[in-house]
Ligand binder design. Structure first.
Ligand code: AMP
Ligand code: MG
Length: 314
């Protein structure tokens, strides 16, 4: 596996200590890392991404022990942490009074999202930095998430001091976000750990779909390529590029010819990117089953296909 030299990790740690931005690989997507304990560094992340300041950030730590001083952990949180950390699960919990993470990362809420990434380069960086790092996906807000170092360089190269290259991301979709700060566990975002696996441990998850917007990650248009996206396609119409799935797919790109959802998730953002070219009129996507990782894939695709607020088009 691609892995940066110790001297490059040192350089990244120095950049972070100076409040600068460091892109690093996680098993989900590449993150835009900054010192979460510095207001100025966290503000720089929002600025570099053009991220709305009401959309809070996840604090990344190397292990459960480093999460404990930040947030109040009910038994359900410890159970999930033991089962899925390190891994693609984010827990939203009440901030401790003396939580060192900048309030900007919580975007005015009394909660903080925490995660322990399962990537050797992320682990090395977090241990060397010795402090929690905020690390939203390293892309301009609303656009496709990066799953290689080259994607980061293209979109944010001039805003990042160091880009750590750890090769392509294994999981390829963002973490599952579960809110444990209320009475009942709620799923705020489907992701790399399936809701089935989580429910096996903490029981039924209430869905964030009902009631008030609990997580800005529920924003309708997100993860969007430049081209329009058409879902539920059985074939490409003239001018369209086809993003296929399964053995009958064929197509320019097939997320998984054998119909494997893990493989499809890992390919999702890179293939959308590859098809997002001006010679096409739209990206037509074949149906993906709504089970397991398919829920996370369909969540991203629905947002990619949602009306874009900035375009003014329907
Ligand atoms: P990103 O880092 O861009 O993958 O997004 C992090 C996700 O976690 C977004 O959907 C956020 O809205 C969500 N999130 C982060 N912090 C909180 C929080 N304190 N409460 C609710 N959702 C959060
Ligand atoms: Mg993102």
């Amino acid at each position: 596996m691609t892995s940066p030299a110790d001297s490059t990790i040192d350089e990244a740690v120095q950049a972070l200590a100076q409040g600068r931005l460091v892109a690093f690989p996680t098993e989900t997507v590449y993150g835009l890392g900054a010192d979460s304990t510095s207001d100025a560094a966290v503000a720089r992340v929002y600025e570099a991404k053009g991220r709305p300041v009401f959309n809070p950030l996840i604090a990344h730590v190397p292990g459960l022990a480093e999460a404990e001083p930040l947030v109040v952990m009910p038994e359900s949180a410890r159970k999930l942490a033991r089962a899925f950390w390190p891994g693609p699960l984010t827990l939203v919990l009440k901030r401790r009074d003396n939580c060192p993470v900048s309030l900007l990362a919580s975007a005015g809420l009394d909660t903080l999202a925490v995660r322990v990434p399962d990537h050797p380069v992320a682990q090395r960086l977090l241990r060397a930095a010795g402090r929690p790092l905020v690390a939203p996906s390293a892309n301009p807000s609303g656009q496709l998430s990066p799953t290689t170092a080259a994607h980061v360089r293209e979109a944010l190269g001039d805003k990042v001091q160091v880009i750590l290259d750890g090769g392509p991301c294994r999981v390829g979709v963002e973490s599952t976000v579960v809110d444990l700060s209320g009475d009942r566990p709620a799923l705020l975002r489907p992701g790399g750990v399936t809701s089935e696996a989580i429910e096996a441990i903490v029981g039924p998850l209430s869905s964030a779909g009902e009631g008030p917007l609990r997580s800005p990650g529920q924003l309708e248009s997100h993860y969007a390529p430049a081209l329009p996206v058409r879902l539920g396609a059985t074939e490409a119409r003239p001018g369209e590029a086809l993003l296929a799935f399964g053995p009958t797919g064929g197509g320019v790109r097939n997320l998984s010819p054998s119909g494997d959802l893990t493989e499809a998730a890992a390919n999702l953002f890179a293939y959308l990117r590859a098809l997002d070219r001006p010679e096409h009129s739209a990206i037509a996507v074949m149906p993906i089953p709504e089970v397991g990782l398919g829920r996370a894939i369909n969540d991203r695709l629905r947002r990619a296909a949602a009306p874009r607020p900035s375009s003014g088009k329907p």
